[in-house]
Design a binder for this molecule. Structure first.
Ligand code: AMP
Length: 223
């Protein structure tokens, strides 16, 4: 059976990576998000981990990333280092045939090493807000060519008090970028960000039933 992702105008390198990952059928959130980002729309998506939301934004972002361009073309903000690494892995797996470089910027890791990494090719930056802002202030991260920003787990960002850093980063960026907001709950505060930083966003809500989740068995080990 033909890979269902072929219905989208994606590059062969991306489709090949999806084949290799065994992704053959878009999940509900992917079916809504992929065309929206490909069409350059802002989105506000209510979705949980497990719905396939990472690939939903990673697929179109990896698709438009241009290997020839040296500076960041997309920025993904995550509330924790662990999430940042998970998202980097997904971006890396989907962008691997395009050889996309995806540095991760997070606090507690030597600044100098991150600066050295950023001096090399950088296509998509994933990071936690505080450290990303640090790099912006020092002039070691160039966000002037970013086309798409993702604020992932926006409600967690708010709960953890990172939202000021997030809005400072957005204020430092060119106005012509698109923004995707992903959140498990769409609170008043999340809507406030949308009102200020988005233009005519596509609103996406994914049903919370079992059916639209990818076929994954989850195990838990209490330690
Ligand atoms: P996420 O909600 O982004 O944390 O994704 C949950 C899991 O679903 C991850 O392990 C992905 O590798 C997997 N996944 C994402 N999209 C698909 C898909 N279309 N088909 C199968 N598995 C997928």
């Amino acid at each position: 059976m033909e890979n269902q992702f072929r219905q989208y105008p994606l590059e062969e390198d991306i489709l090949g990576a999806l084949d290799a990952l065994g992704y053959t059928q878009p999940t509900e959130i992917q079916a809504a998000v992929i065309p929206s980002i490909l069409n350059g729309r802002d989105i506000i998506a209510k979705s949980k981990t497990g719905s396939g939301k990472t690939a939903a934004f990673a697929i179109p972002i990896c698709n438009f990333a241009d290997w020839e361009q040296n500076t960041a073309q997309a920025l993904v903000l995550e509330p924790t280092r662990e999430l940042a690494f998970q998202v980097k892995d997904e971006l890396y797996a989907i962008g691997r045939f395009k050889r996309l470089k995806v540095p991760v910027l997070y606090g507690g890791f030597p600044m100098e090493k991150q600066i050295l990494t950023l001096k090399q090719k950088t296509h998509i930056v994933v990071g936690t807000p505080g450290r990303v802002l640090d790099h912006c202030k020092r002039g070691t991260l160039d966000l002037s060519k970013v086309r798409y920003v993702v604020i992932d787990e926006a409600d967690l960002m708010l709960d953890m008090g990172f939202i000021k850093d997030v809005t400072r980063i957005l204020d430092l960026m060119p106005k012509r970028r698109n923004l995707g907001l992903f959140s498990a709950t769409i609170s008043r505060e999340v809507m406030d960000i949308s009102w200020v930083y988005q233009r005519d966003p596509v609103e996406i809500t994914v049903r919370a039933d079992e059916e639209n989740k990818p076929d994954i068995t989850q195990y838990r080990l209490d330690v």
